[in-house]
Design a binder for this molecule. Structure first.
Ligand code: PEP
Ligand code: MN
Length: 259
C-alpha cells in the first residue's frame, strides 16, 4: 500500500514523503516482532524504537538499553528495515554503531554539546529533534556542532514546543517546515506523536506536514497502545495506522494530480 513512498536514504531523504513508524520504546522481542511484521507488510522502510528512554521520572521505564538495540537489529536484519533510535550518552555512540542506521538526538539533548560533537564524528545520519524550549535559531546552531565535526548527514525534526497551551502535550510549530527549508539544506521531519500528545491529532498533523512539503513524519505505533510502557496515548494501533496511510496516500495523489 505504501510502496510508492520513496525513501531516498543514501542522499539524505532528498525525495518523497517518508513515513517512519514504530513504538516509543522497544519493550520486548515479541512486541517488536508484531510491529516489524505489520510495518514490513505495509512497505514501511524505516522503523523507530527507543532503547535508551529519556523519562521525566526516574521511576518510569527507562528502556532496555543495549538489549533493546539488539532486538531492533534482529528485526532490522529479518525484514530489511533501516533503524532509527535515540542515544542519550556520548559513551554509547560508538557502542551503538552496528545497531543503528540513523542516530536520534532527542529534544532534551538538543543542546548536549558533547553528544552533538560525538555524533558529528560518525558517518551515519543524525536526526536532531528540536529542543522543547529552543528557538529555530538555537536549533540550527545546535546542528552546526554536528556539522563542524564532519557529519553533514543531518535531518531535523520538529516535535513541538512548550507553550501556555495545555490541551496538547506540546504546540506543534508547523511553520518550522518552510522556515527550516529556507534557512538550511537539511531535510525536515515532523513528529506528530510528541508534537501533539494525542492520537486523534496525528492524522491532521501528518496531512499538514505533507502539504507543507516536509520530508516526512515519525509516528509512534504500538500493537496495544493502552498497554504501552511509554507514550500509549499518542501511539496509533495497527488499524489506525493503516487508515492514516490510506488517507495520506489519497492526499498525495490529489496533490500530484493538481501539480
Ligand atoms: C522519542 O522520540 O521517543 C522522544 C523521546 O522524543 P522527544 O525527544 O521529541 O521527546
Ligand atoms: Mn515517545
Amino acid at each position: 500500500m505504501t510502496n510508492d513512498i520513496k525513501v531516498d536514504y543514501e542522499s539524505g531523504f532528498g525525495e518523497g514523503f517518508n513515513i517512519i513508524a514504530g513504538p516509543c520504546a522497544v519493550e520486548s522481542i515479541e512486541q517488536m516482532e508484531r510491529i516489524g511484521e505489520f510495518l514490513s507488510k505495509l512497505g514501511i522502510q524505516i522503523i523507530r524504537g527507543g532503547a535508551f528512554k529519556p523519562r521525566t521520572s526516574p521511576s518510569s521505564f527507562q528502556g532496555l538499553g543495549m538489549n533493546g538495540l539488539k532486538i531492533l537489529k534482529d528485526i532490522k536484519d529479518f525484514y530489511g528495515f533501516k533503524v532509527i533510535s535515540e542515544i542519550m550518552d556520548p559513551r554509547h555512540v560508538e557502542e551503538a554503531y552496528d545497531y543503528i542506521d540513523i542516530y536520534q538526538i532527542g529534544s532534551r539533548n538538543m543542546q548536549n554539546y558533547s553528544l552533538l560533537t560525538e555524533v558529528g564524528k560518525i558517518d551515519k545520519p543524525v536526526l536532531l529533534k528540536r529542543g522543547m524550549s529552543a528557538t529555530l535559531e538555537e536549533w540550527i546552531k545546535a546542528s552546526e556542532y554536528i556539522k563542524m565535526e564532519g557529519n553533514k548527514n543531518i535531518l531535523l525534526c520538529e516535535r513541538g514546543i512548550r507553550t501556555f497551551e495545555s490541551y496538547t502535550r506540546n504546540t506543534l510549530d508547523l511553520m518550522s517546515v518552510p522556515i527550516i527549508k529556507k534557512k538550511t539544506k537539511y531535510p525536515i521531519f515532523i513528529d506528530p506523536s510528541h508534537g501533539t500528545g494525542r492520537k486523534e491529532l496525528i492524522l491532521p498533523a501528518t496531512k499538514a506536514a505533507l502539504v507543507l512539503g516536509a520530508n516526512g513524519v515519525i509516528i509512534e505505533v504500538h500493537p496495544e497502545p493502552e498497554k504501552a510502557l511509554s507514550d500509549g496515548m499518542q501511539s496509533l494501533n495497527f488499524d489506525e495506522f493503516e487508515i492514516l496511510l490510506d488517507e495520506i496516500k489519497r492526499l498525495r495523489q490529489l496533490i500530484s494530480a493538481n501539480q
